[in-house]
Design a protein around this ligand. Structure first.
Ligand code: GRG
Length: 304
């Protein structure tokens, strides 16, 4: 992505994530004040402020800064993507879906507040996300850009986004699925919201159509990469733990890349996705692209 003679600009991803994450957290706390009716606002805040990594809002801000916009411009839409992500986790954990007891190291929303409140907290976070972008994005941004961002968020959530991915995932439970179906699930459940995060950041930051296409392709690649690496780690970690060649994922029902194409091809695919993501960034100023480059590298190289 850069000529060999250019050293990578010095960049500390940990510091960057902590710094951006802290300001995102502040903005989220302010966006959902504790007020009447207490029960619903407590439930919304419980999951929203439970300590996620804030990958999506940070990607949103990084894309805004990539195209020359300031962080504050993107903060409302960055908060919105985290609200949408959180609501999808609350609903995903419900007894009628994955029926999980723990999320982000704490009891799930419905375990603490009950199912009725958990469903409503998800609904309230989803509608607040759109209200927040529409009402809090600074008037300096053209209405056309705000409307485009809102449309992008809507399509990332709906039947061609998270909901589409979830319904195909639920329908595939216990069945053998094809590589195409597995890719559909990951592109919709994981990549779509990552895409919307960077696309909205680039739109609000003043990016042109070419910038938007590039950050979209970048996010699609790292979304898939995230899942492929997850699948690979499942195999390699559990085979280490069990001292066997076959990890738990090779014996469970869940479809994974190593199961469908083998471990070596899955690793090769991960490498290709990383290359694709980095190629999209080559069109931008290297210093401004550094956060997105290092985020992709982090997703690719993580070992747990
Ligand atoms: C969106 C209306 C609507 C309904 C929800 C349940 C559902 C439809 C979709 C499922 C979405 C889902 C659970 C996708 C998995 C995404 C994923 C990769 C989660 C893990 O994200 P991290 O690692 O988590 O960023 P933290 O906790 O750090 O934020």
């Amino acid at each position: 992505w850069m000529s060999n003679s250019d050293p990578l600009p010095a960049f500390n991803l940990d510091e960057y994530m902590v710094d951006k994450g802290q300001r995102v957290n502040k903005a989220l706390i302010k966006a959902v004040p504790l007020k009447h009716p207490m029960q619903i606002h407590e439930a919304m805040r419980y999951s929203l402020l439970a300590g996620g990594k804030r990958v999506r809002p940070i990607l949103c801000i990084a894309a805004c800064e990539l195209v020359g916009g300031e962080e504050t411009l993107a903060m409302p839409v960055a908060c919105a993507v985290e609200m949408i992500h959180t609501m999808s986790l609350i609903h995903d954990d419900l007894p009628c879906m994955d029926n999980d007891n723990l999320r982000r190291g704490k009891p799930t929303n419905h375990k603490v507040f009950g199912e009725e409140t958990a469903i409503l907290a998800g609904d309230a976070l989803l509608s607040l996300a759109f209200e927040h972008v529409a009402s809090k994005t600074t008037k300096n941004i053209s209405p056309d850009r705000v409307v485009r961002a809102i449309a992008e968020l809507g399509s990332a959530v709906g039947s061609e986004g998270l909901v589409g991915g979830q319904i195909v995932d639920l329908a595939s439970e216990g069945k053998e699925i094809s590589l195409n179906e597995l890719e559909y699930i990951h592109l919709h459940k994981t990549a779509k919201l990552l895409e919307a995060s960077v696309v909205c950041g680039a739109i609000i930051g003043g990016g042109n159509d070419g910038d938007v296409v590039r950050v979209r392709n970048y996010a699609r690649s790292i979304g898939l990469l995230f899942q492929v690496v997850d699948d690979i780690l499942d195999v390699t970690k559990s085979s280490e733990e069990l001292g066997k060649t076959a990890g738990k994922d090779l014996v469970s029902n869940k479809a994974t890349y190593p199961k469908l194409i083998g471990l070596d091809k899955a690793k090769k695919f991960a490498g290709e996705l990383m290359t694709q993501a980095v190629e999209e960034l080559a069109h931008f100023d290297p210093a401004r692209a550094a956060p997105l480059f290092h985020l992709a590298k982090f997703i690719c190289d993580r070992d747990n």
